[in-house]
Every structure is written in C-alpha cells, then in structure tokens.
Design a protein around this ligand. Sequence first.
Ligand code: C2E
Ligand code: MG
Ligand code: MG
Ligand code: MG
Length: 266
Amino acid sequence: HAKENGRNQLFFFEPQMQQTLKRRQQMELALKQALVKQEFQVFYQPKVNTFGTIIGYEALIRWQHPEFGLVSPDSFIPLAESTGLIIDIDSWVLENACQQINKLSSQGQALSIAVNVSQRQLARKDFVELVSNIVVASGIDPTLLELEITESMLNDDLENTRKKLDALSQLGILFSLDDFGTGYSSLYYLQKLPMNVLKIDQSFVRAFLTQETDYAIVKTIIAMAKALSLKVVAEGVEQQEQYEALIALECDFFQGYLFGKPAPLV
Ligand code: C2E
Ligand code: MG
Ligand code: MG
Ligand code: MG
C-alpha cells in the first residue's frame, strides 16, 4: 500500500497502522504505571532432576492488566526494553526472587531460583552494582541465585560483559545460557564467559523424538555441555517419553509443563 500511496504520504496514516501505533502508545502508558499499580506478578516454574525432585525454579513475570488481560512477557518485555522500563521491572523481579529464596530457605529448602536478565539491564554500566546491591540487601546465599542470559544479548562488547559476569561470579552467583542454540556462535561465548548451565531451547525439545535433526542437536548439545563441565537443562519438556529420552542422553535437569506450569509460589 505504501508504494501505491506515493512517497509523500506517511505510512502510519493508514488506519490499520495508526491503530497499531495507538495501541502501542496505550500499552506503553499502561506499562509505565504497571509497577505502581501492582499489576505484575512473578510466577515460578519448577526445574527437576532425573528423579523428578524439584531442584529449583525459574522466575517468570506476568502482567495482569484490567483491560488488556494477561499480557505475555514475550510481547511486553520488548516494549519495556525499548522504553527503558525494563530496568525497574527486572530489579523488582530480582527482589521478588531473592525474597522467595529466603522464604524457601526458612522452610528448610535450599532451592535455587533463576532470573532472566534483559539485554538493556546487562548493558548498563552499573549492572554489577544493581544486582549485587539487591543480593546483599536480601541476605540470600548468592549461590542460590542463577541469572539467565541469552546468546542474542552477547553480540557487542563481550570483554565488558565478561568482566561483569566475572564480578558477579566472584560473589557466587551462577549463570546460565538460555534458549541455547537459537543465537550466534555460542561456543565462543562458552569459552569466554563464566557459564555454569546451558538451557536447551524448547524449539529443539518440542519435536526431538520425531525429528532426526532435532534429536541430533539435542544429543550434541548435551554431550558438548558435559565435555565443558556445564550442567544442562532441557526446556519445554511436556511428555514423559521426552523426559525419559533426555535422561537416557544424560541431560541433568528438566523444565516444562510435564513437571509444572509457571505458577505463584505459596
Ligand atoms: P524463557 O526464559 O526461555 O522462559 C521459558 C518460557 O517457556 C516461559 O514462557 C515458560 O512459561 C515457557 N514454558 C515452560 N515450559 C513450557 C512447556 O513445557 N511448553 C511450552 N510451550 N512452554 C513452556 P513465558 O513465561 O511466556 O516467558 C517468555 C520469555 O519472556 C522468557 O523466555 C524470557 O525470555 C522472558 N521473560 C519472562 N520473565 C522475564 C523477566 O522477569 N525478565 C525478563 N527480562 N524477561 C523475562
Ligand atoms: Mg529463561
Ligand atoms: Mg528459554
Ligand atoms: Mg525464551
């Protein structure tokens, strides 16, 4: 349409585009107020070992808006990133996760919690201070906190990123590479960064029992992780047969609807 309309016509005058833009602006405004209005909630999804015992949780944010309903993080995290709101949101999630670690510890359960880090947060000069301040203030055992980073966040300034991760590793915090296999040149990052855990992206797990290529990829990622002394988590495990096949491939930990959907921790 844009071409037909001619060069001088701005594309967002198309009603549909305008609608999208308007919705985005509404969304942005609502997102700005969501923290104060307490519309966010942190859900926790269990990770289990080969015996099915829960060894930890991943913190996953939820946004319940009175008008938009339940908004998926996949749709509002990018918006939060582009507006900078993600910094406050991620700090809030991290505080919540640390409180949960304390709560579990007080119940005699020394379980780890993994928190997703955003690109914008990691890129901040004061990332190390941001995280360590929250961790120290909470009084948690830092070895119970795991930060999840994706390959796509590691494009630029790897040396700087390495310094940041090293500093937090010194405190005892663990790092995992999330959505592994979906980004670029992962092996280089594994060599350079203080990683502890690889999380096989659920897109490989989904059909690995029927797709030969996916099976080969899953098998190879697990073998490589072992060779590098990393723990491996398979994401998106939904069927018992997948669980058993992954155990046979010597995968360490498992996360997926088979063991539990993300839910509030009580
Ligand atoms: P992720 O970190 O890779 O999280 C795993 C996603 O897979 C979650 O989606 C989870 O609900 C979903 N999942 C878990 N098991 C299964 C399964 O068996 N089948 C299927 N189909 N899906 C499963 P969710 O909660 O919608 O989060 C999407 C993404 O949003 C996350 O991907 C993460 O990148 C981001 N995210 C979530 N919470 C936060 C947060 O607090 N901060 C930041 N920066 N990002 C977050
Ligand atoms: Mg994650
Ligand atoms: Mg993932
Ligand atoms: Mg993901």
